[in-house]
Write a protein that binds this ligand. Structure first.
Ligand code: HEC
Length: 153
């Protein structure tokens, strides 16, 4: 898990993680846990209120897609799960332009890596191999987690 996350961050070159760790190191030891829970070190995106609403609505679509995929996998409906992965999480022209609208190169890279992982998940689901599919799903959700740890609106 740790190595995969490191591999992902090395691959996409997330600057945000370094910032988070650097702040962490400066904290007085005794206050460590308290500080961590109150300080939000995530990088804010510069976006209009309309784009914020759009982004959140897309995000709710993403979590819904993950939920459908898990449900379909549990019913052995791999074909349908694959369609959801490609159509809702994969790299569409709409998602490609959306990810580039934030004027943040790392965010865009992370977004594109995420949508690519959605297509990889769709391809893996086609094989109907449960363990390989779970691993592919985990790669996708790791990028959800990595981006949420690095950026906020
Ligand atoms: C490239 C970055 C990125 C990726 C990848 C990403 N998100 Fe998000 N997501 C965000 C940002 C930024 C926010 C706003 C968070 C904030 O301001 O606190 C957000 C917010 C959300 C929200 C809150 C929606 C609301 O209405 O408040 C949900 C749910 C969510 N994401 C789910 C997901 C899921 C599930 C995935 C993966 C399948 C995912 N996201 C992948 C960047 C990302």
């Amino acid at each position: 898990m740790k190595t995969t996350l490191l591999a992902i961050s090395a691959f996409i070159g997330i600057g945000g993680f370094n910032g988070v760790f650097a702040d962490d190191e400066k904290m007085p030891v005794g206050h460590h846990h308290h500080e961590m829970s109150t300080i939000d070190a995530r990088i804010p995106l510069k976006v209009s209120p309309e784009m914020k609403r759009n982004q959140l609505s897309n995000m709710r679509g993403h979590v819904e897609a993950i939920n459908s995929i898990v449900g379909l996998m549990s019913e052995n409906k791999f074909e349908e799960a694959s369609k959801v992965a490609h159509s809702k999480l994969g790299l569409s022209p709409e998602m490609q332009s959306m990810c580039g609208m934030f004027n943040d190169e790392n965010f865009e890279k992370l977004g594109l890596a995420f949508h690519k992982s959605g297509d990889d998940l769709g391809d893996t689901l086609q094989t109907k191999d449960m363990y390989a599919s779970l691993r592919a799903l985990n790669k996708t959700t790791q990028i959800c987690v990595a981006c949420h740890a690095t950026y906020r609106q």
